[in-house]
Design a protein around this ligand. Sequence first.
Ligand SMILES: Nc1nc2c(c(=O)[nH]1)N[C@H]1C(S)=C(S)[C@@H](COP(=O)(O)O)O[C@H]1N2
Ligand SMILES: [Mo]
Length: 319
Amino acid sequence: MLIKKPADIRPSEITSESNYFSRRNFMRAGSIVGAAAIAAPALGAIVPAGSGEKLEGIRPSRLSTDELPNTYEDVTTYNNYYEFGTGKADPFRNAQDFEPRPWTITVDGHAEKTGSFLFEDFIKPFDLEERIYRMRCVEAWSMVIPWVGISLAEVIKSFKPTSRAKYVAFETLHDPVRMPGQSRRVLDWPYREGLTIAEATNPLAILAVGVFGEALPNQNGAPIRLVVPWKYGFKGIKGIVRMRFVERQPKTSWEMAAPREYGFYANVNPNVDHPRWSQARERRIGASVFASKQPTQMFNGYAEHVAHLYDGLKLRRHY
Ligand SMILES: Nc1nc2c(c(=O)[nH]1)N[C@H]1C(S)=C(S)[C@@H](COP(=O)(O)O)O[C@H]1N2
Ligand SMILES: [Mo]
């Protein structure tokens, strides 16, 4: 992953925006457990038709942080999505014409149920939840993002993986015509990621289909992407077309590109530096230039939910 050059810093990162202030307050109120305001029926996901469409029937989640979300502008214009360019502003600029419908997701490998599913059918059985999560990029910046998604654990259980399934491997669409960044060999396409079954069935992991109550914009990974808030951002693979249950630890794109720098686990860990920079602190996108960097928390602050997954694992070796 590239180191951020001063030229990549947008003016909106420097002056913090207030446009979404009232909306953010609404989101915060809605996220309080037991709030009477939102009572969504458990009828399964109400399927988003396209980018920007308002999503209905979203339930708040007790797993949301009460930290203030970043602005819509931060979340949708400062992105990493190498399929649409390597600069932070490239995905917003280059993904506008991408057409994420119709979309097919293939589930295969060691599971009782496998097959190819239209996106709409794939998500329909599951409840849509809002999960406001702290997100930490390996490049030492962070954001708070109000995702809308379905529980990955629920999805996985529904496919009934067999005892041979030890990992879940994910792949992004590979189509250099629709994803122009794939004509450059910056990564070995398609983008690949993976989780252990235990990680993938942790209640924090979700497949996101929206942000700010609306269908996912292309630059954020439409129509469906992974969100694992205790890991560095690169684990959150976008534009997923394949989920495969496998026995052996799958190779991931960043590991293949630079194994000394990016490991399979990629847990947020302030005590293990990246070989080229410290991971002890992070810059919150949108904060004032005068604000000091904030300390990075172990497992990005989600230790109580996930630390047990790594009991006995040497985190300095399994980074
Ligand atoms: N397919 C794909 N998924 C990807 C990436 C990518 O380049 N390609 N970048 C990752 C990285 S490094 C980060 S930090 C997050 C950023 O997600 P966001 O732009 O929605 O905040 O997406 C991740 N998912
Ligand atoms: Mo990242």
